[in-house]
Design a protein around this ligand. Structure first.
Ligand code: ATP
Ligand code: MG
Length: 342
């Protein structure tokens, strides 16, 4: 099949993936694997922007992430899964991009303020401020056209687009200006109904949760606080239990019927939640089974990372060659090496 372009997206290896990651980005990745030439980055340098104390502990999360990818159907034979730090060429592009963006521009990125607040930092490190610049370098390093991410990432993608445009204006067309592709559910709310699903906020259902953890989390979910009895008319909109039904229940008739009865006060929260447990179980059981199968193959994860990183590095080197040529950063090699002065 003729490919429509390249995709780059990925995750920081900070733990196991959850349903929010799935609807925000993973589902699009799995769906677009044949249409696009896909690169999925495991962004371990990015972890250091907020957790630099014990880098060695990132290794386990790298393995978890690869297994999560494989278990939802990312296919390493069709897509490239690679580890950021095995392609250190990205650091050069990161440095060059650092010259093309102002400090106040980066200070305005909303996620920076969120991280400073959530982690109770006094101020941002130089590296944390540069988070979206490193991300821009990742994306442009493989000259990607499309970036499937959750809605919270759109402000970062704006920085990437600005940097790609600025570089092209100054030095000539090297980079496509990538489009953002937001998932079908732009932001999945957490089980507590308060904010987006996030493992750090303890409101996440993990792709690896077993049947009993799943049941416990769903049965404890926040629903419609205005409803005291099952006979009270309930609110479906803004009710996370129904958001999840909408996103994950493959039986749309059942969802429509439950919504109707809920609005009319003819069904209790327990029944709605039980049917959500069943729906999520239908979705997660095959994911778990695939994961178990891959976990049993000892060298698989290492092989996937090695093969993918080598492939990504080839692309990165080619991009750097184009970048240096466009910028005229070739004086040394052309004058000295070519004339045999070294
Ligand atoms: P977490 O936010 O759970 O601590 P993280 O910060 O390591 O995880 P992110 O970088 O926030 O991971 O997420 C990786 C991808 O998943 C991004 O594309 C992001 O937009 C998407 N994503 C994460 N959480 C959600 C959510 N609740 N709803 C939709 N998309 C999400
Ligand atoms: Mg996050």
């Amino acid at each position: 099949m003729e490919k429509r372009g390249r995709i780059l997206t990925g995750d920081r290896p900070t733990g196991k993936l959850h349903l929010g990651h799935y609807v925000g980005s993973l589902a699009n990745r799995v769906r677009l694997q044949d249409e696009y030439d896909c690169y999925f980055i495991i962004a371990d340098y990015h972890v250091l922007t907020t957790a630099y104390e014990r880098p060695a502990s990132i290794g386990d999360s790298v393995r978890d992430l690869v297994l999560d990818y494989l278990s939802v159907g990312i296919d390493p034979d069709r897509s490239t899964i690679y580890l950021q730090s095995l392609v250190p060429e990205v650091c050069e592009l990161f440095l060059l991009f650092g010259m093309l963006v102002s400090v106040p521009r980066l200070q305005r990125v909303p996620t920076l303020k969120d991280v400073i607040r959530d982690l109770q930092l006094d101020s941002a490190s130089y590296g944390l401020l540069g988070y979206p610049v490193l991300q821009a370098a990742d994306i442009t390093m493989v000259r990607a056209h499309l970036v499937p991410v959750g809605k919270d990432q759109s402000s970062h993608l704006e920085v990437t687009r600005e940097l790609a445009r600025r570089f092209n204006e100054l030095y000539g067309e090297v980079f496509p200006v990538p489009e953002t592709l937001i998932g079908e559910v732009p932001t999945l709310v957490g089980t507590n109904g308060k904010s987006k699903m996030s493992k750090s906020l303890n409101n996440a259902i993990l792709l690896t949760d077993d049947a009993s953890a799943l049941r416990q989390k769903v049965m404890g979910m926040y629903t419609d606080p205005t409803r005291l009895r099952a006979t009270d008319p309930g609110h479906v909109e803004g009710n996370p239990v129904f958001d999840y039904h909408e996103a994950f229940n493959d039986r749309s008739d059942e969802v429509a019927e439950l919504k109707e009865r809920y609005r009319a006060g003819r069904v209790g929260d327990v029944e709605v939640k039980r049917s959500l447990v069943d729906a999520l179980e239908r979705f997660l059981a095959p994911v778990r089974a695939r994961r178990a199968e891959y976990e049993g193959r000892p060298h698989l994860v290492d092989d996937v990372i090695q093969v993918g990183s080598r492939r990504a590095q080839g692309e990165a080197r080619e991009t750097l060659r184009l970048v240096r040529e466009a910028m005229g950063l070739t004086y040394y090699s052309s004058r000295r090496f070519e004339h045999g002065q070294c």
